[in-house]
Design a protein around this ligand. Sequence first.
Ligand SMILES: Nc1ncnc2c1ncn2[C@@H]1O[C@H](COP(=O)(O)OP(=O)(O)OP(=O)(O)O)[C@@H](O)[C@H]1O
Length: 248
Amino acid sequence: MPLRFSSCTFGYRRKHPVLRDLDCDLPTGRTVFLGPNGAGKSTVLGLGASALLPVSGRVGYRRMRTDDRRTLREYRRRVAWMPQHLTTVPGLTARDQVAYAGWLKGMSRAEAWDGALDALRRVEMDESADRRVTELSGGQQRRVGVAEALVHGAEVLLLDEPTVGMDPRQRQVFHEVLGALPADVHVVLSTHDTADLDEVYDNVLVLQAGCLVFGGTVREFLTHAEPGAAPGRRANSAYHSLTSGIER
Ligand SMILES: Nc1ncnc2c1ncn2[C@@H]1O[C@H](COP(=O)(O)OP(=O)(O)OP(=O)(O)O)[C@@H](O)[C@H]1O
């Protein structure tokens, strides 16, 4: 995928960079983004979404850049982001909120309204389309958040811990949604959940303390598992050997 981070440095406070000179092309297909708490995953996704701007370096997608006002609107239409902390607008229904997200990305009102129902259907939330978002459970709100990312037909979806709060059935639905996306839609999804990783994703990125310590296919990732790790434990074992089990 041509979403590229070039020598990106970023910190929330001066002299305390979270990322230093990050160089990375996000992989194509479905990529799971792992790393301990505080590693910088949300920061990377926020930079990719243009919600944050690097202190130095660049983030670009095709010919667009997040620091170029002329291409920013188009960039945001093509690169969708679901932040870790969702904004729910009091009074809006699930359908209103998804349609509003589509309208903000340049869809007409009618397109956004129809598209919202379709996007909610894809995450099995169409039956709750007329319920107020603030009255939905945390897991349901995250599914509405995924629908917001899907509604305007973006080419890249950056999803920050979308499965938090989902029950096992909804997690499965969500994995099916990922599996059903067209091949030219690329997903990078942060999570702490390594279960079913080999069934759902093509690639793995592992970030630790602001540095990418692994980027490759799921198969390559699993070669880092301890020899003899049980099949259901291999992903977890590989993750721990890459991060030395250190949580910050
Ligand atoms: N708004 C903020 N202001 C100041 N520091 C922040 C802010 N957001 C994050 N940080 C700091 O930046 C670092 C990276 O945080 P980030 O949220 O990107 O990590 P993460 O890998 O997504 O963590 P988690 O898995 O816990 O969500 C952490 O040290 C965090 O404390």
